[in-house]
Design a protein. Structure first.
Length: 225
């Protein structure tokens, strides 16, 4: 693990697969899984020793103009916690990722799977994308007076309806919950076609996340802020 000014940049994501993208980066990575209370407690314990905190990984598009694989740099956060991202970090990331969209991200711990829910959220918050962890990262960063950032990649577009299995896909430690996925498929087998398309979309977004993360550099832009 590398450090910036002798302190690590802590990256918070949802899954181990997202975390694995950063194996060759000089940051500390935490996969929160589906246990937000544990994530908050662990991040609070680690944050006093950090240089900055960044929410990272996949996100769902709310803005209908966003395409699959678009990199998102958060400018501010709405939802369960409202915060402004560190301006210098935003600028550094955008200089490294000029093709990325900069905008408001929404996070409240709920997965937006329905296109109508996404449209309502876009109207209510002016957000362009949503994720599952940013509100926790922002809350801890504010409590510890640390720079806060968001770097995400669109894994589902606004008009897509996600299948029920996506709701149970993430395990408590960020692992893939295969048992829960198979159970969901058995209970609602008609979702299999939609699930297959969703997984193909995730794979495309994952490749874009790898590419974008390499462009963002070993510290995800923090060393240039």
């Amino acid at each position: 693990m590398g450090n910036v000014n002798a302190k690590p940049v802590i990256v918070v994501t949802g899954t181990l697969r997202e975390a694995a993208v950063l194996d060759h980066h000089s940051v500390e990575v935490m996969a929160g899984g589906n246990d937000p209370d544990h994530l908050r407690a662990e991040l609070m314990a680690r944050a006093p020793h950090a240089a900055g905190l960044i929410s990272y990984g996949m996100c769902g598009a709310i803005d209908y103009s966003l395409k699959l694989g678009t990199m998102i740099i958060g400018k501010r956060l709405t939802g369960a916690f409202h915060a402004k991202c560190d301006e210098r970090w935003v600028a550094a990331l955008h200089s490294l990722l000029p093709q990325a969209r900069v905008g408001t991200v929404h996070a409240d711990g709920h997965l937006l799977t329905d296109s109508h829910d996404k449209a309502e959220r876009a109207w209510a918050s002016a957000a362009i994308a949503a994720d599952m962890e940013s509100h926790i990262v922002a809350e801890v960063a504010a409590h510890m007076n640390l720079p806060f950032g968001i770097l995400r990649c669109v894994s589902d577009i606004a008009e897509v309806e996600l299948p029920p299995a996506v709701n149970v896909m993430m395990g408590p430690n960020g692992e893939l919950a295969l048992g829960a996925i198979f159970k969901s498929i058995r209970q609602q087998p008609d979702q299999l076609g939609s699930l297959t398309k969703t997984i193909v979309g995730f794979a495309k977004a994952y490749r874009a996340l790898i590419k974008g993360s390499k462009q963002a550099g070993p510290y995800l832009g923090f060393d240039l802020r």
